[in-house]
Design a protein around this ligand. Structure first.
Ligand code: MN
Length: 363
């Protein structure tokens, strides 16, 4: 079979000659032959399929290292390659959703005051300035575990849950919540600053765990800015919003099982009893060389909203429908947390449980 020059191969594959030289350097797409005297690259026609796949994957924004692994997978296991593309895209969509919210917030944040005469923005301002929180927190050791390693907190502006693990898990969870309480104690920061403050607090929390050998914690918290809720999240503790009769989950578990759901290798039903369910992809563990990046986002707030934060001792033990029914049915926050912990104990209390409920009320 005749070899194609780099120019002909570039035209056929829709990749530039410059890109082809780069992909050769990276080992992503090696020419069939390189002339030892001129250095010209030549390709075989059968390489076009890989080249086209590279071009398409680049069009969806996939980084080159991952493109290479997908292409290698495709040559031995097309199904695995398909799953990897699906997983990549699920992660892109998650990231995009978070950016969309941040962009909406930024537009609002930088808009000149005159622009807030738009009906939506003005209504938002007048509504949120008079809102307050009524909240309650409750944690229980459960019926099986010897110690309670779940930490919960509900203050004037901060709601937090943490699920510690390891020999010093209880200290780890408590330390993570303490790090956030320092933000609550400070002056109310503007919504734009608060996300950075939360990220800094997570780093401080991680530092505080240094030396707690092999122990760590998840952390999910909401900080009320007076205008919005700022969310910070790591691990498999969760936050939900109950609004207008609907339940919205605000967090995505950083777990092996969630990533298997995302890439289509596991259904949500199969995930419920999966043996690897507790395996975390992200948590605070005191490792200063690899501080995990938490998910942060801003959430608009309305009167009548009810927020629920919980550890996996609730979400993995009690079916979703029962959590929703009980969380929505309680008249006030204290009643809600008692009823939710009651559900867990009624189900055998196999794990520690912690939950926080906060109602947004007109001040
Ligand atoms: Mn737990």
């Amino acid at each position: 079979m005749g070899l194609l020059t780099i120019g002909a191969f570039a035209r056929a594959s829709r990749l530039s000659a410059k890109a082809l030289r780069r992909y050769d350097d990276l080992g992503l797409l090696r020419p069939a032959r390189v002339d030892p005297y001129t250095g010209y690259r030549y390709y075989e026609e059968v390489q076009l399929e890989r080249a086209r796949l590279v071009a398409w994957l680049r069009r969806i924004g996939m980084p080159l290292t991952r493109v290479r692994s997908v292409c290698d997978l495709y040559e031995c296991d097309a199904g695995a390659a398909a799953r990897d593309i699906r997983a990549y895209w699920a992660a892109v969509e998650t990231e995009t959703a978070a950016r969309r919210e941040l962009a909406a917030f930024l537009i609002d944040h930088v808009s000149p005051a005159a622009a807030t005469t738009a009906p939506v923005a003005r209504r938002d301002t007048t509504m949120t300035t008079t809102l307050g929180l009524r909240c309650a927190a409750l944690s229980d050791r459960g019926l099986v575990r010897e110690v309670n390693q779940d930490a919960v907190y509900a203050g004037d502006r901060l709601l937090a849950v943490a699920d510690g693990y390891g020999a010093h898990g209880a200290r780890a969870g408590a330390a993570a919540v303490e790090a956030l309480k320092r933000i609550e104690a400070g002056p109310p920061s503007r919504a734009g600053d608060v996300l950075n403050a939360l990220e800094d607090a997570v780093e401080r929390a991680n530092d505080a765990l240094d030396g707690l050998d092999g122990s760590g914690t998840t952390l999910t918290a909401l900080l009320w800015t007076g205008e919005r809720m700022a969310l910070v999240h790591l691990g498999d503790t969760r936050a939900y919003l109950l609004r207008d009769g609907e339940v919205h989950r605000l967090t995505r578990d950083h777990t092996v099982v969630q990533s298997m759901i995302d890439d289509g290798s596991l259904s949500p039903e199969e995930a419920a009893g999966h043996p690897r369910r507790p395996l975390l992809l992200k948590a605070l563990d005191g490792d200063r060389t690899a501080v995990p990046r938490p998910d942060v986002r801003l959430q608009d707030v309305r009167a009548g909203d009810r927020y629920l934060l919980c550890t996996d001792g609730l979400s993995a033990v009690v079916p979703d429908a029962a959590v929703r029914r009980v969380a929505a049915g309680a008249a006030e926050a204290g009643e809600a947390v008692s009823a939710l912990v009651g559900l867990v104990l009624g189900a055998g209390g196999p794990d520690n449980v912690g939950c926080v409920v906060a109602d947004v009320v007109r001040g």
